[in-house]
Design a protein around this ligand. Sequence first.
Ligand SMILES: Cc1ncc(COP(=O)(O)O)c(C=O)c1O
Length: 395
Amino acid sequence: MKYNFDEKIDRTQTISIKWSPERWQQMYGESDIIPMGIADMDFKVSPAIARAVSKRAAHETYGYGYPSDEYLQACVDWQERRNHWKIKPEWIVYTPGVNMALVCGVEMYTEPGDSVIIQSPVYYPYYDYVLGTGRKVAFNPLLNKDGRYEMNFEELEKLAQDPKTKFMILCSPHNPVGRTWSKEELKRVGQICADHDVMIAVDEIHSDLILGPEAFVPYATVSEEMAQSCIICTSPSKSFNLAGLLVSDIIIPNDKIREAFIKKMAPYYLWPGNFGAVAQIAAYRESEDWLEELLCYLRGNAKYIADFIAQRMPEVKYHIPESTYLAWLDFRGLGMSNDELWNFMLHEAKVATDHGAMFGPNGEGDGFQRLNFACPRQQLEEALSRIEGAIKRRS
Ligand SMILES: Cc1ncc(COP(=O)(O)O)c(C=O)c1O
């Protein structure tokens, strides 16, 4: 391996939301925990990104940036090379994060009181985009088939038929269950949305993090009709660990939808920050070999969890994810309520995972925890050992 993903990095002095003992104390009443929640990685960025950001910092001028041709072209070339998706630079709209773009999509296509389809369990801010803007969530819970999740197309069709349902947010690949949706699955979603006039935003933020043999299929490549009726949210932030640099690229092939999106964003006067822009270029132009090694390491971690659980805590169930660096761990075998499980993780195991119930407020996440395994293996081993020890002390 050219890159050292085993290196342990002290992040406690970096104003990191994940690694702040001060915040742990405030939130959890604990200071000795291992943070395995928040979705950023405990690895250094690629050397090319570090060099580009350092060079930009050394310039000592930090005025407004803009989405330069080089910035846009890096994204265009990345999509073609990695995903065989030919896009045009003018289809890309910069936003300082996917969250903002998704809220914007909800507001553009719905009125307060309308419904937005969300497939739970899912990245919990989706509920905030909808409920926080006075809309309603139309829940289409995923079907858990022995740990592998599938979409419920019959229910999806029923929800889409409701004239109040105007919008859908699809997480592809899906956080937290780690599914890489197949072309056939995406096609069925696209057909249902087209049949019932439901606009869709597809959150492809995890699309570079493919661990299994199933290839990632960009939603807009499935058919021209689907390409012309969607908002696609992409970003280098998950795969290259740039979340703190606030950079995302919203790709909208349809002129009318894109113009409306740009109009909606215009009053915010958003420009890429100096560091986010150079980091994106260095990520997409010079860091592909780093990403490939990262994926090997993550596959090793995903397998490590499977072996650990099989040998040392069979009460827990886990299905190796096809994508993302998130393990969706099923603790239902321990027979605890959600509150008990939360307290158990924090105060007995002293591991801060993300609480499953947040991802599925109607019970779809009950008894689950989401564990971020984008960390050195030693840290993963220590976190799992703490959970194992806590389970043993209970029995
Ligand atoms: C599925 C998904 N969408 C969006 C985000 C947030 O994106 P951003 O930081 O670009 O707003 C995350 C972060 O973990 C995520 O997992």
